[in-house]
Design a binder for this molecule. Structure first.
Ligand SMILES: [Mn+2]
Length: 309
């Protein structure tokens, strides 16, 4: 039985791609179940409600020797604890590969598309499998979420074609309106505790000998984060200290205006931001212009900086 799991701090694409992968493996005649390793974000919660899909069972670990499929990640640091005791059977992902070693031959499916959901669409299509409506909706939502409705430079023509094909099939006339409702759900944070905000979409990376955390808040309401700037910065410093990081970053990405405002907590971060993006920090804030994608535009220059410094 395949246990399909995603990374820690999962985003919508991670969760939906796990649910879609489960349907794929079931359609292929295998036994599969999707599991969740953490809490759902507001966008995903909204989508599961709209699509009428149940959230997967919450787990924190799996029995040693369990067969697992990793979706939307491949780095050990982002995977479930105890991965070394599990049997990885398959990885379906669209992120860069830092290092990958397995003791047994496995199935790998990587494509440089905007979302893992796009890859799963291709897998369904290649096998001539029918895609039920809820699955089509999950794939569409995964694409729109990861690509910020085609605004992110990670978007390829293929992603756009898949999304348009699915939307037409589902009778969704206005893709942007469908996406806007998702983004608004994601932006509605209320009085969420500050640590949850910092870790909303947060990953830890390695550059040379340095470890850095990078959180992103994609939102249609940037004023919310800017209004809680001091609290967020205080908590980023605490998180950096608690987890022994060399640096920590947090970008507020205004989806609709396509604008990146990044919080800069100290001198190391300030130097990194200056050299990686040629951006000055004023009052602990740097304007990173139209950079929307952590994967393509934010993390690589910062990693390159730390590889040299
Ligand atoms: Mn993804």
């Amino acid at each position: 039985m395949y246990h399909i799991i995603w990374h820690k701090n999962p985003d919508t694409d991670a969760i939906l791609s796990a649910l879609v992968a489960k349907e794929y493996f079931l359609a292929m005649g295998m036994d599969a179940e999707a599991y969740r390793l953490g809490e759902l974000n507001k966008e995903t919660e909204y989508l599961l409600k709209v699509i009428w899909v149940e959230a997967p069972q919450l787990i924190s670990s799996l029995e040693a020797g369990s067969e697992v499929v990793l979706v939307d990640h491949n780095a050990r640091g982002q995977a479930i604890d105890g991965l070394e005791n599990l049997k990885v059977k398959c990885i379906i992902d669209h992120h860069s590969v830092e290092s990958l070693s397995t003791s047994e031959p496995i199935q790998l499916r990587f494509d440089p598309v905007c979302s893992t959901c796009s890859i799963l669409f291709l897998m369904f299509a290649e096998q001539d499998l029918e895609i039920p409506d809820p699955v089509a909706k999950m794939i569409l939502a995964g694409i729109l979420s990861d690509s910020l409705a085609f605004r992110s430079p990670t978007t390829t023509d293929e992603d756009r074609e898949i999304a348009e094909y699915l939307a037409e099939d589902l009778g969704i006339d206005d893709i942007q309106a469908f996406a806007k409702a998702m983004f608004d759900a994601k932006s509605d944070l209320g009085d969420m505790p500050i640590r949850k905000i910092v870790e909303l979409d947060y990953k830890v990376f390695t550059g040379g000998a340095k470890k850095f955390g990078y959180g992103v808040m994609e939102t249609t309401n940037p004023a919310y984060a800017l209004g809680r700037k001091n609290e967020i910065i205080t908590d980023m410093r605490a998180l950096k200290e608690e987890t022994g990081l060399d640096a920590i970053f947090f970008s507020v990405v205004d989806i609709l205006q396509e604008k990146n405002t990044t919080f800069v907590v100290g001198d190391i971060e300030k130097a990194a931001i200056l050299e990686a993006f040629w951006a000055e920090t004023v009052d602990m804030v740097a304007d990173l212009g139209k950079r929307l994608s952590r994967k393509k535009e934010l993390e690589p220059p910062v990693r390159a900086y730390f590889e040299k410094n």
